[in-house]
Ligand binder design. Structure first.
Ligand code: NI
Length: 169
């Protein structure tokens, strides 16, 4: 197991559409383990493979009900097949530094995916967990939560990051 570096905006890998996974081998298992370790270390409630520079369709999430619990779920090639209702929740992202903002998402979703052995699975979730899954699945399509904000808010954030990066030089 090893901790991986989390890429941050505006790294172009975060904007790529991730490739579907068809090879369920040992290296995939190792990558999943690294992602889980990196997620808990951050700490975060979810992590998508592109965030550590692997442009493939895998996400890991903490599915524990209680706040301090750890129950890792690995989802490969996830696809939202049903959506219902709306909710607005505050979101942040390990790849989007210094920003939390409220985002409108579906209240309830059904997701089809494959587990680490390649077995097909389906899960229906709602509320906060549905937000986490929608956020992580977005990453596989090159979408960040700032893309759901108003043009003005997004522009302000880009300006702030530009300044931050310039100050580092
Ligand atoms: Ni994120």
């Amino acid at each position: 197991m090893s901790l991986r570096t989390i890429l941050t905006f505006p790294n172009p890998i975060l904007r790529k559409k991730a490739e579907k996974i068809s090879n369920f081998d040992d290296s995939l298992q190792t990558l999943a383990t690294d992602m889980i370790e990196t997620m808990y270390d951050a700490p975060g409630v979810g992590l998508a493979a592109p965030q550590i520079g692997e442009s493939i369709q895998m996400i890991v999430v903490n599915a524990a009900q209680d706040e301090d619990g750890q129950e890792s779920l690995v989802m490969i090639n996830p696809e939202i097949t049903e959506k219902e209702g709306t909710q607005v929740d505050d979101e942040g992202c390990l790849s989007v530094l210094d920003l939390t903002a409220s985002v409108k998402r579906s209240k309830k979703i059904t997701v089809c995916y494959q587990d680490i052995t390649g077995e097909k699975q389906e899960i229906s979730v709602e509320d906060h967990f549905a937000v986490v899954l929608q956020h992580e699945i977005d990453h596989l399509h090159g979408i960040l939560f700032i893309d759901h904000l108003s043009t003005l808010k997004r522009a302000l954030y880009k300006k702030k990051i530009k300044k931050m990066l310039a100050a580092e030089k």
